[in-house]
Write a protein that binds this ligand. Structure first.
Ligand code: KIV
Ligand code: ZN
Length: 568
């Protein structure tokens, strides 16, 4: 470590002041309440896009958000441009807004902009009128050249205009909720934020009936998540008439801890969250509502947002925003249900088997915190085979994708073969390539021995035991042998039939079989393990509509493999 690396710049940054709530109850809070979700994709998210969405795109995005279950959706900043304004009118006049959805519009704390914003939502049934101004000491000094009183007056004057316009809208039947954001809340001493907010509440939520939303933005995320939770608890505990406010948070993600901060803030009393899908938004983004909601789901809580087809959500989002969701995004990333390491693959394989066999309801699969099926994703994307994979992965793919259930010892052997192949080609292997390897190694080995003809008869001897008689033609390269023999089963009968041939020194070790179906066709797969004359173990697999024939083909394959290995 180069100790002097940051020597000249450490003094440049100072850690933010920490406001500890005296109560500090939130760390012991274990109750995870589902917040009111508000999507700000179409405002905060949209304004941060390289190419902002067109009106058509925004309508599609709006439909997506409604489909996902959002009941509060910020549409834009109608006083900022004609396009924003006319898009909102189009949504209202075109009757796109369901009766149970509140549209939210943002206005700065300035009279003309506020009046224009009210015009934009005329005729809408449910509206959240959201206004804001920046109150942090830094912005007061650098941008507005004013003091706390100055920013408070700006907000108070704006609240009065909002009240006047809002009263008219309410009289006309609009369901109207007010929202105020003290911008840069986390960079402002909380007593100052409380000073501003209480005056706004006195105007817009003067009695018990009219709750308003007090939205506390981490405009630039600057606190550790626990300090943010402290701040929220402090604010709530000190805010006069707290019951008249819905406490909302609006985390950004500059420290990369937006989700953690939001989760702790909920413990500390936050009741509502503004954020975006996949964390799009200014700079490093707004808090990611997909992750937040699904973190709740894996904790056993229904988040009330529907991500059961997360890949469609991802693809619509990518198409409309031009952004890409990272491969490792929790839940939605293309690689998050893919295990590369063999140990992980083995454990996942075992976990999935146990889930199936035990009929257990509670999800318990190692390395998979969530059942991919709950997000509309499939098991077949779970395991990919590369040089880091061990024995379990390839066998798992043969079983789940192709219906071959390899005996345990054979899994180990085949795992090594697959690993050698990945090392040889330096890439991961497709499922089809894995199956090809399996077939060419264990099934399709027709030389030097090949069964040209066969016949089996099932009989019973004098003592009532079953006897299988076998007769057939066995080719050794170009030479044909007519063979026949009997035994207590097809394998025994075959070994008796080849007693006079060179292969009589191979000994049967184990056998397993099962049906494999592809479409309407069903075949038997027989797995044969033999001991070679040199004492080695060798496997072969036979595949046939006839189970007896499958067994004999399996034996011949095993012998052919052993002979080929001897030649190497
Ligand atoms: O990040 C922010 O402070 C905002 C406000 C307008 C709520 O987006
Ligand atoms: Zn924001």
């Amino acid at each position: 470590m180069k100790a002097a690396m940051y020597e000249n710049i450490v003094g440049k940054y100072s850690s933010p002041r920490i406001y500890k709530s005296k109560l500090r109850l939130w760390p012991d809070n274990t109750e995870r309440r589902v917040p009111r979700w508000c999507s700000v994709d179409m405002r905060d998210g949209n304004q941060a896009l390289v190419r902002p969405m067109s009106a058509e795109d925004k309508i599609k995005f709006f439909k997506l958000l409604v489909h996902l279950g959002f009941k509060e959706i910020e549409l834009g900043y109608p006083s900022s441009s004609g396009t924003e304004y006319s898009f909102i009118r189009r949504l209202i006049d075109g009757n796109y807004i369901p009766d149970d959805v509140y549209i939210q519009v943002l206005a700065p704390a300035r009279e003309v902009f506020i009046r224009r914003t009210f015009e934009a939502v005329k005729g809408a049934k449910n509206v959240i009128m959201h206004f804001y101004n920046n109150i942090s000491p830094l912005q007061r000094r650098v941008v507005f050249n004013t003091d706390l009183e100055g920013v408070t007056q700006l907000a108070v004057n704006a609240a009065k205009v909002i009240k006047e316009c809002g009263d008219e809208c309410r009289a006309e039947g609009m369901n109207l909720i007010y929202e105020y954001s003290p911008e840069s809340f986390t960079s402002t001493p909380p007593d100052e934020a409380i000073y501003v907010c209480r005056q706004i509440m006195d105007i817009l939520a003067p009695n018990d009936g009219d709750k308003m939303i007090i939205n506390l933005p981490s405009t630039v995320e600057n606190l550790l998540p626990n300090h943010f939770a402290d701040l929220i608890e402090y604010f709530i505990s000190k805010l006069p008439n707290r019951e008249r406010a819905v406490i909302s948070i609006h985390p950004h993600n500059d420290r990369g801890t937006g989700v953690a901060a939001a989760e702790l803030a909920i413990l500390a009393g936050a009741e509502r969250i503004e954020g975006t899908l996949f964390g799009n938004g200014e700079r490093t983004g707004n808090v990611d509502l997909v992750t937040l909601a699904l973190n709740m789901l894996v904790a056993g809580i229904d988040p009330g947002l529907d991500f059961t087809d997360i890949l469609s959500v991802r693809s619509i989002y990518e198409e409309l925003t031009g952004m890409t969701v990272h491969e490792r995004h929790p839940y939605a990333g293309s690689l998050v249900f893919t295990a590369f390491s063999g140990a992980h693959q083995d454990a996942i394989n075992k976990g999935l088997h146990q889930m199936k066999e035990s009929g257990r309801k509670e999800w318990a699969v190692p390395y998979l915190p969530i059942d991919p099926e709950d997000l509309g994703r499939t098991y077949d994307s779970i395991i990919r085979i590369n040089s880091q994979s061990g024995k379990g992965g390839a066998a798992f793919i043969l079983e789940t994708q192709y219906g071959y259930n390899l005996p345990r010892a054979m899994r180990v052997e085949f795992g090594k073969i697959v690993q050698e192949e990945t090392e040889r080609c330096g890439t991961e292997l497709s499922y089809d390539r894995i199956f090809e390897l399996f077939s060419s190694t264990y099934i399709d080995i027709q030389k030097p021995y090949r069964l040209a003809k066969y016949k089996f008869d099932d009989n019973t001897d004098r003592l009532g035991h079953s006897v299988v008689s076998f007769s057939g033609i066995l080719n050794y390269n170009e030479t044909e042998y007519l063979i026949s023999g009997s035994g207590n089963g097809p394998i025994d009968a075959f070994f008796n039939a080849v007693q006079n041939l060179d292969i009589s020194d191979y000994h049967f070790v184990s056998y397993s079989e099962h049906a494999v179906s592809s479409g309407s066709d069903s075949k038997a797969a027989a797995y044969i393990e033999l001991k070679t004359p040199l004492g080695k173990t060798v496997f072969g697999v036979g595949l046939s509509h006839n189970i007896y024939k499958a067994s004999i083909k399996g034996i011949i394959c095993a012998i052919n493999r052993a002979l080929a290995a001897d030649e190497e």
